[in-house]
Design a protein around this ligand. Sequence first.
Ligand code: PA5
Length: 446
Amino acid sequence: STLSFDTSKLADFVGEEELSMMQPMVTAADELLRKGTGVGAEFTDWLHLPTEYDKDEFARIKAAAKKIQSNSKVLVVIGIGGSYLGARAAIDFLNDYFNNYYGDDERDFPQVLFAGNSIAPAYLNSLIKVIGDRDFSVNIISKSGTTTEPAIAFRVFKQLLEEKYGTEGARERIFATTDAHRGSLKTLADTEGYEEFVVPDGVGGRFSVLTAVGLLPIATAGGDIDQLMAGAAAGEQTYADADLTKNPAYQYAAYRNILYRKGYTTELLINYDPTLVQFGEWWKQLQGESEGKDGKGIFPASGNFSTDLHSFGQYIQEGRRNIFETMVRVTEPVSDVVIPTMDADDGLGYLQGENMSYVNRTASEGTVLAHVDGGVPNMIVEIDKQNEFALGQMIYFFEVAVGISGYLNGINPFNQPGVEAYKRNMFGLLGKPGYEELTESLKARL
Ligand code: PA5
C-alpha cells in the first residue's frame, strides 16, 4: 500500500490487549458513521466523495483551471478555515517549497496566493503589491457565503479586477465556490454571473478539500486531481473494514482514544519537511474542530522538525507528560543533496558523501527513540511518495479516523458550534444590525 502505519513505538505505553478491547466500541462507532445513525450524520457525505462526486463539475474544474492558467499569472484564493487550508496544504506538498518565489518565466503554472484568512490589512496590501500589474484571477470560497474575513478580501479584489478589466472582464476572472442554494455569495454570484462551483450540503468545511474547494486551486497550481481522487478512493476502499486488525485508520483512532484516556491530551503532528507544514495546519483544523467540544478532546498541535527540536523540543523531551506524537513521513525524497567533501575539519567528515535525506530520516529515527524514552508515545504514518495519489490516501486516512475517533469520545465530530462565539462578539462590537444589545454589554466589558 501507499501508506503504512507503524505503532511499534507504542509498546511502552499501550498493552497489546488494549487495542482489541477497543473493538466493540470501534464497531459501534463504525456503525454510527456508516449507517448514518450517529449525531451529525447529515455531514458525512465526504465518506464516499472519492467515488461519488459530480463528474460534470469535476470536468468544469479542470476547464476553469486551464482557463486561469492561460490568462493569469496569479490566482488569489480567498477563503478561511476549511475553505483554504486543504488547498494550501496540498499545493505546498505537491510543489517545490520556493515555487511561489520563482519568476513567472520559471514557473509552469500560476502563482497561487491566499487571502481572506486573516483580517490583517498590511498582509492584503503586500499581496496586492506582489501581484503588481500581472494578470490575475480570483477564486472566492465560502460554504456559508457569509464569512466576514473572505467577504472583506473579496470586496477589495473584486474592485481591483473591475478597475483592471472592466465589469465584463472581471466576471471572466472570478470563480465562486459556495453552497448550491443559500448564502450571500451564492446570490452575488448568480447576480454577477460568475462561474460557480459547489460545496456539497453534506460536506463540512474541514472535510471539503476533495471538492471544488480544494480541487480548483490545486488543479490551477498544476496538481493532478485525478490522481488525488484516485488516492482518496484507495483510502475509501482500504479504510472501510470495522475490524481493527485490518484497518490502520481505525487503529489510529483507537490508539488515540486509548492514549487520551491515559492522560495524553495533546497530539503533535510531526513532519521533517517544510512542504508538510501546511498539512499540519489542515490537520489541526480537522482534529480540533471535530473533537474539541463538550469539555473534551485531544488538543491538536504540530511540530516542524528538526526546526522545532531546537525550540520546544526541550518541552517534548522533558516537560509535562501529556503529549503524544504522530509523525508523517515520506519514504522517497523528492530530490536529494549529497553532503560535500571538504578538506577543512568542520566535524562533519563522517557524513561527507552521504545524502541529506539519509541524515533527515536518521534524525527522525533518533528523535522517535529519544521521545519514547522521555515518555512520549509515538506513531508513524508513512507514505511512499510525495505525490497526489499518496496525499489523497493520507487525507482520507485522517478524515475517516477523526470520524471514528469523535464517536469513540462521545461527541458530534461534524459540527462546530464553538466557532460562532467570537463571530457574535465581533459583530456586536462592530455594530452589525441585529446585534445592538450585545454591543452595549460587550463595550461595557472592554
Ligand atoms: O470547518 C468549518 O466549518 C469552518 O472552519 C469554515 O470552514 C470556516 O469558518 C469558513 O466558512 P465558510 O466556508 O462558510 O466561509
